[in-house]
Design a protein around this ligand. Structure first.
Ligand code: S3P
Length: 166
């Protein structure tokens, strides 16, 4: 199962909880890249730039998508058309955790761990999100709205959807 959505949507926390419930591994593409490259994502961006990061991200997606795991993707995974085709065509269910800008902006304010938004205003962060929205929707098998829901409720909803999927 693959989780997509913007930064601050809760892919990591929800992904971890889902993996525990489903008794399958949890894999985070960013963590896997950092582990393979022996470097934090922030340093990778700083030293090699976004383009190099996107290449590594794609390589990891194509590799990990074949594993039976809960896979959390980075918010920018849908930017690349090859990634989008893969997400759409691969049989693994893709869940879009849809979070409203007010909520992810509140979560991302003062965040220094994400190079793409570090030091940006709310308006600038929103303009990173806007062109991605349609891509998240197009790649998703299911869209789960996360606003006003507890983590528990979101996990429950996804597990119910997966039963339908089977
Ligand atoms: C990015 C999101 C990050 C990480 C990188 C770029 C993006 O992942 O992959 O900083 O372009 O949205 P999270 O969505 O897990 O924060």
């Amino acid at each position: 199962m693959i989780l997509i959505g913007f930064m601050g949507a809760g892919k990591t926390t929800i992904g971890n909880r889902l993996a525990t419930k489903m008794k399958i591994p949890y894999l985070d593409i960013d963590n896997e890249i950092a582990y393979t490259e022996k470097m934090s994502i922030t340093d990778l961006f700083k030293m090699y730039g976004e383009q190099k990061f996107r290449q590594l991200e794609q390589k990891k997606l194509l590799e990990l998508i074949e594993t039976n795991a809960v896979i959390a993707t980075g918010g920018g995974i849908v930017l690349d058309p090859i990634n989008r085709v893969k997400l759409i065509e691969h049989p693994a269910p893709v869940i879009y955790l849809e979070t409203s800008p007010e909520i992810f902006l509140a979560r991302l304010r003062n965040d220094i761990s994400r190079p793409l938004i570090k030091g940006k205003t709310d308006t600038e962060i929103k303009s990173v999100f806007t062109p991605r929205k349609a891509h998240y929707e197009a790649c998703a098998d299911f869209i789960v709205k996360t606003d006003d829901k507890t983590q528990e409720e979101i996990v429950k909803e996804i597990l119910t959807l997966l039963k339908i999927w089977d």
